[in-house]
Design a protein around this ligand. Structure first.
Ligand SMILES: *Cc1c(COP(=O)(O)O)cnc(C)c1O
Length: 409
């Protein structure tokens, strides 16, 4: 008799998972308030949100942008990263971490990740630094904070900028300070799937006022601070957020602290439960990460112990009703964007002479990442808001599949 749901057995997780986004009266009031005020454009709500979110992450300044992607682009522009510069990035991330580098005509150089944090590996950063390196973009993957002590030390020694891709880390802290302003600046996203969401949106955080002003100029058509409206200083763009977005974000922020705690409590249950299942590998504890936000809860499958292909295991977990998925299915450099290697006359910087060196992304290898894209399982952020019993049912589902892999062979 089949036990596993994938073979017709009973499902382990039977209750519906929390829907995302979570919204109600505060959001309705906020949006109606802006609507009826007639003030829809880049004004006091945007400023209020920038201040509130910067404070939430213990940063001094916040500058909103239209997305996390454009926030990263603005950061690189404001730091003077451009043609011919190399920027070290991890390959286990969303495209924007590397595409922002290409958009400013600089060259992404991939450094591998650590197997038990999924964040960029400082040893490999060190190996990848050249005389053309200008910046490092660590990603706080899934909310796990990259080793900012070592990254900042490397940056100091080699005079590099550090831009955090903090697009998974609303609420994460390193030694008591929020992510975002641990290096020069950091970018957050408020896209619909993110823990803090206004459909689209982004912000840059920094403790450097001059840098904040430059970022704002790039995000607001190159305008100056308190200078005439039609006077433009920098080659910026229009990346402004609307008052609707800011009002919605302020309302969503009233839920963020409690949601952050709830997800962390769920992660503790998963950590404790999954640790006892052979073939399941967890992330490493990190005492310097004084608080961790969970955009995802990630764990890894050990095929040698489980004896079945990872995809089959994940398929069986999903059939049990577990809210899991495979996540990034390839290192970033395996995308056609990079494998094309700069063909096409207008594909700068790779097909333009700026760089002065040749880079062939088909030759790039980051073995730890190449294994992670095969065996990492993600539990998404919104199911982590479910109650303890529901979270325990995820553990039960993993245990059940792990104990019955013979049914999958
Ligand atoms: C979502 C995300 C971004 C970009 O955010 P958008 O707002 O969607 O442009 C950048 N980096 C990472 C790691 C992300 O997950």
């Amino acid at each position: 008799m089949a036990k596993l749901a994938i073979n017709g057995g009973d499902k382990t997780c039977t209750r519906p998972w929390p829907k995302w986004p979570i919204t109600g009266d505060p959001e309705r009031q906020a949006l109606l308030g802006v609507l009826e005020s007639g003030k829809w454009w880049y004004g006091e709500k945007v400023r209020e949100f920038e201040g509130a979110f910067a404070a939430f992450q213990s940063a001094k300044f916040g500058v909103t942008a239209s997305s996390g992607t454009t926030a990263l682009e603005v950061a690189l522009l404001a730091l003077g990263v451009g043609a011919g510069d190399e920027v070290i990035v991890p390959p286990y991330t969303f495209l924007a971490t590397a595409s922002a580098v290409l958009r400013v005509n600089a060259i992404p150089i991939f450094a591998d990740i650590e197997p038990d944090t999924l964040c960029i590996d400082p040893d490999d950063i060190e190996r990848k630094i050249t005389d053309q390196t200008k910046a490092i973009i660590p990603v706080h993957m899934a909310g796990y904070v990259a080793d900012m002590d070592r990254i900042n030390a490397l940056a100091k020694r080699h005079k590099l900028c550090v831009v955090e891709d903090a697009c998974h880390s609303w609420g994460s802290q390193w030694k008591g300070k929020g992510t975002g302003a641990l290096g020069q600046c950091g970018a957050f996203s408020f896209q619909a799937s993110k823990n803090l969401n206004s459909g689209e949106g982004g912000i840059l955080l920094t403790d450097d006022e001059a840098l904040a002003d430059t970022c704002r100029s790039y995000a607001n058509c190159g305008r100056g601070k308190d200078t005439p409206w039609y006077e433009h200083y920098l080659l910026g763009s229009n990346l402004r957020l609307t008052e609707f977005h800011a009002a919605l974000l302020l309302a969503q922020m009233t839920r963020l602290e409690e949601q952050t705690r709830r997800r962390a409590a769920s992660a503790r249950i998963l950590d404790e439960g999954l640790a006892t299942i052979p073939g399941i590998r967890l992330m490493r504890p990190e005492p310097r990460m004084t608080r961790r936000a969970y955009h995802l809860y990630a764990f890894r499958l050990d095929r040698k112990v489980l004896g079945v292909p990872e995809d089959k295991f994940i398929e069986a977990l999903r059939a049990e009703g577990a809210p899991v998925g495979k996540g990034y299915d390839r290192p970033l450099y395996a995308n056609p964007l990079f494998q094309r290697n700069g063909d096409g006359a207008k594909y700068c910087p790779l097909s333009c002479p700026y760089y002065g060196r040749k880079i062939d992304y088909t030759q790039v290898r980051c073995p730890v990442c190449e294994q992670a894209v095969v065996d990492t399982v993600w539990v998404y952020q919104s199911p982590l808001l479910a109650d303890d019993d529901a979270i325990r049912s995820i553990v039960a589902a993993v245990r059940k599949v792990a104990e019955n892999t013979k049914e999958l062979r």
